[in-house]
Design a protein around this ligand. Structure first.
Ligand code: HEC
Length: 498
């Protein structure tokens, strides 16, 4: 009884403190658009809410904002806008778009006081937006040769487009910026460099622009993934010391995922390449947890299941710096989380997306690279809510959902972007990553009679010297050395997966 009373008293005190705090924080002078609100809107909303960008209307002046003032107050209070899904206090990100509680309260105060415009002399000038390109003027701009027609309806489309590129001799790629022409249907695009013209051959075999599918059927070996763009993503140069050597001519491959919206659209992406003369001094090794977007985790989520979870862990063989993380999943993912457990047992939060939203697939980039010592274990978990209570559930009533490439199927992984602290450790990290892929594949029970089952059997047969039906340490070791090219040759590898 005493405890109960005490708890109630505490809540009352906290609430009271909250009110006092809010009162002392409130701006005593009348809140005006020109003085108080415009700076917030210009800094945190205008770059998306302007012509030619993804947002559905402009937020560039008093009239734009006043028209939907209530909506703006509500949507910032619910933290739907600006879009940002990482939990506060869980990783310190450079591209954090969220705005402070004070700013949210100020918008509310402005609306409650009648959304007044204020003194024109107080109005700051709009930021200058560079001619469509967010990273400045690219060194090379290329465009898909022909537009691809995305039909009004039908299943999702995965299409690979081959864009020939010529750059001056001796250049390195420092950044890439992707601009879809049909933003409303373009869900994401993964980029790769093909130096051997292998994708071009696949393109020639199919009518129309590009070729279909997510795999490259053997072309993979000479195709190097270099990141991607997803709805709401902001382009950014590679971290310091990271650059990708470019031959003078190559094909840029855009693997785009389209989601028809009821209206036929023409997509003809434009890509800007930013070049440098400075060779890289470090190497990025992205580690995807689980590998292959969870394809070999056997994701199979019963209708109504509220918390279906897949997990993966990876022990760092060397000291690394983590530069950021990105997550990928489809509609019914509810949250995803990554932590690092140091050799001394301390747990460091890496990323927690506690309110996953399919529309906002982001790269989360740290303000400062996070050093992690060898022996650290990174744990990733992806959660799915396939109940009717999940407003993002594409099925009503809920239906069983398994791993697949349609956006109404599921997949999921967190990719941890890491750079070995010492160049001599790069090979060891890459080997550990291959070993994770091999271990996952061999442990997986998924797809027994299909492609993955056949792959498991082939790998075991090839490396099982003592013919006991499984791979011992030494056999695993040899298989790990071979596995990258072996999986690539077998066409298993999924483009862009790492
Ligand atoms: C990164 C780009 C981006 C930023 C920054 C951004 N928005 Fe949006 N906003 C969008 C997009 C895109 C939509 C369309 C809905 C969606 O895709 O979620 C949208 C939709 C909205 C809507 C309509 C929501 C609905 O349910 O119809 C409002 C209101 C809004 N934004 C207000 C704001 C305000 C206010 C800010 C700044 C505090 C802001 N937005 C910042 C991209 C952005």
């Amino acid at each position: 009884m005493f405890r109960h009373t005490y708890a109630v008293a505490t809540i009352v005190m906290l609430t009271y403190a909250g009110i006092v705090l809010a009162e002392t924080r409130a701006t005593p002078e009348p809140v005006t658009f020109n003085k108080h609100i415009a700076p917030i809107i210009f800094e945190s909303c205008a770059h998306c809410h302007r012509p030619g960008e993804a947002a559905p209307f402009n937020l560039l002046n008093y009239t734009d904002v006043k028209q939907r003032a209530k909506f703006v107050a509500e949507i910032t209070e619910s933290r739907v806008m600006p879009p940002w899904h990482a939990k506060q206090g869980y990783g310190d990100f450079a591209n954090d778009r969220s705005i402070s509680d004070e700013k949210i309260a100020l918008i509310r105060q402005w609306v409650d006081q009648g959304a007044v415009e204020g003194d024109p002399a107080d109005l700051p000038s709009l930021p200058t937006f560079v001619d469509g390109w967010q990273l400045g003027r690219p060194d090379v701009v290329v465009q898909m040769a022909e537009a691809f027609t995305v039909p009004a309806s039908g299943p999702d489309i995965y299409r690979n487009f081959v864009v020939p590129v010529t750059v001056p001799e001796g250049k390195y790629l420092k950044a890439i910026e992707f601009r879809p022409s049909a933003r409303s249907v373009t869900h994401h695009s993964l980029f790769a460099i093909d130096t051997e013209g292998e994708c071009r051959k696949l393109d020639e075999q199919q009518p129309g622009p590009g070729f279909s599918g997510m795999g490259f059927r053997g072309a993979r070996q000479n195709v190097q993934g270099i990141g991607g763009w997803a709805v709401g993503g902001t382009p950014k140069a590679f971290p310091d010391g990271i650059a990708i050597p470019l031959p003078p001519t190559f094909d840029l491959i855009l693997q785009s995922h389209f989601h028809p919206t009821g209206k036929e659209e023409q997509e003809q992406s434009v890509v800007g390449l930013f070049l440098t003369d400075t060779p890289p001094t470090r190497k990025m090794v992205p580690v995807q947890l689980p590998v292959f977007f969870g394809a070999i985790k056997g994701i199979d989520i019963p209708a109504g299941e509220k918390d279906y979870t897949i997990t993966e862990s990876f022990k760092l063989p060397v000291d690394v710096n983590v530069t950021g993380l990105s997550g990928h999943a489809h509609y019914i993912c509810s949250q995803m989380k990554a932590t690092a457990t140091l050799p001394n047992g301390t747990e460091i939060p890496l990323l927690w997306i506690d309110n996953w939203n399919f529309a906002w697939q982001e790269e989360y980039r740290y303000k400062k690279e996070l050093p992690l010592p060898a022996g650290t274990v990174i744990n990733a978990s992806i959660h799915y809510d396939n109940s009717a209570e999940n407003p993002s559930n594409p099925n009503d009533p809920p239906q069983r959902i398994a791993w697949g490439r349609e956006s109404t199927d599921e997949m999921g992984s967190i990719t941890v972007m890491m750079i070995p602290q010492s160049r001599s450790d790069e090979a060891a990290l890459e080997k550990a990553r291959r070993s994770l892929t091999l271990r996952s594949l061999l442990e997986s029970k998924s797809n027994p009679g299909g492609r993955r089952g056949a792959m498991r059997e082939r790998i075991i047969q090839r490396f099982d010297d003592d013919k006991d039906g499984k791979l011992n340490e030494e056999e695993m070791e040899r298989a790990t050395d071979a596995v990258g090219s072996f999986l690539g040759r077998a066409g298993f590898s999924q483009f862009g997966e790492q």
